[in-house]
Design a protein around this ligand. Structure first.
Ligand SMILES: *Cc1c(COP(=O)(O)O)cnc(C)c1O
Length: 361
């Protein structure tokens, strides 16, 4: 297309999971939270909608950042160490632009991880160096420690990783931080609330650590688009410079109010997160009983394969039975299904559909 900017043709955009336009599907494909947000968050947005929408929102989302800092006070987080953006995808994009564009250096990331990392690297012209997951699907921290840090623009890791769901320990994250000291180490904790250890506890000790959170998964606000970054003041300042060179108002008044209320009503989320974790353990067991290999997940999804059934076939047959799961057409991943943890009823419907499919042989 000759109107396009140079390089646009070569971009390979991220492909999000299907958002079906037909009703009645059991949607277990994009890791949304089946329980919905805290009622208080919805009320806060309804209230804000009644007044003030003619005015621009606070460009810094200060009240939200303060509520988030209060929630994480035990980790010593101060509101000056919190940055808010339009979904963590946007926060990640700003972080890539702010920290990883460094001449002659490449960005380290697992070869199997959240695929937006590769997309952003290409968008910003950052060479990516992909470190293969180990045969047991672990992120091999030892492989990162073998890389000369002087050649690295930074490190980006999802913990728990996607789509495996497997988590690194805090001790492993700390080994990375002791090795990579002159570049940003970004830990994307989109799923951390479902059972992994958060690196927020390390923010005060490591000036190069940036931790990214989202309200889309554990806080069930994917439709609102709110993401957060945590780091020492210098990193937050870098993010702010990029934001204010792109869009000063990434979060509208509704999003700021809803996100703030979500952080102020955590008891609801403790309950629903507990329900998701209980369903995950039950579903993992049920899948294993049906012959699936299930990777050990600390997230709100399972990554599983069946020795006798191709992932693409299972995916297609489940869809025919109105159950949507995610399948990746990549060499090491194509045998697997990524299954979001739904309500117990949704998990049951998935199992019924699978039983019917597996019985057909
Ligand atoms: C879902 C997800 C995100 C994106 O979250 P949004 O805040 O909805 O943009 C980022 N990273 C990982 C690993 C995710 O799974």
């Amino acid at each position: 297309m000759h109107y396009w900017s140079d390089g646009l043709e070569q971009l390979e955009p991220y492909v999000p999971g299907e958002q079906p336009r037909v009703a009645g599907l059991i949607k277990l494909n994009t890791n949304e939270n089946p329980y919905g947000p805290a009622p208080e968050a919805v009320q806060a947005m309804a209230q804000v909608a009644q007044q003030g929408l003619q005015l621009y929102p606070d460009p810094a989302s200060q009240a939200l950042c303060e509520a988030v800092a209060r929630h994480h006070a035990k980790q010593g987080i101060d509101s000056a160490q919190v940055f808010a953006g339009n979904g963590s995808d946007e926060v990640l994009a700003h972080a890539f632009r702010a920290f990883f564009v460094r001449a002659g250096r490449s960005l380290l990331m697992p070869d199997i991880s959240y695929s937006f990392y590769e997309v952003y690297a290409r968008l910003f012209g950052i060479p990516a160096r992909q470190v293969p997951l180990r045969a047991d699907w672990r992120i091999g921290v030892e492989d990162y420690l073998a890389v000369d840090p002087a050649q690295c623009a930074g490190v980006v890791i999802a913990n728990p990783n996607a789509p495996t769901g497997m988590a690194l320990s805090l001790a492993d994250i700390e080994r990375l931080l002791e090795h990579f000291t002159q570049q940003v180490v970004l830990i994307d904790e989109a799923y951390v609330d479902f059972g992994a250890e958060s690196a927020l506890a390390l923010v005060q000790r490591y000036p190069q650590l940036l931790v990214v959170h989202t309200l889309s998964k554990s806080r069930a606000l994917a439709g609102l688009r709110v993401g957060l970054a945590f780091g020492q003041a210098g990193l937050i300042d870098g993010l702010r410079r990029v934001k204010d060179s792109f869009n000063s108002y990434p979060l509208g008044r509704l999003a700021q109010a809803g996100a703030q209320a979500a952080y102020e009503h955590h008891a609801y989320y403790e309950r629903t997160i507990g329900q998701v974790v209980a369903s995950r353990e039950a579903l993992a067991q049920a899948l294993q009983q049906r012959g699936f290999e299930v990777l050990p997940s600390k997230a709100n999804f399972l990554f599983a394969r069946h020795p006798q059934h191709a992932g693409a076939d299972l995916h297609a047959q489940l869809r025919e039975r109105r159950v949507l799961v995610r399948h990746f057409r990549k060499p090491r991943l194509q045998d697997f299904l990524r299954i979001t943890i739904g309500t117990p009823q949704q998990c049951q419907a998935l199992l019924h559909a699978l039983d019917a499919i597996l019985q057909q042989g």
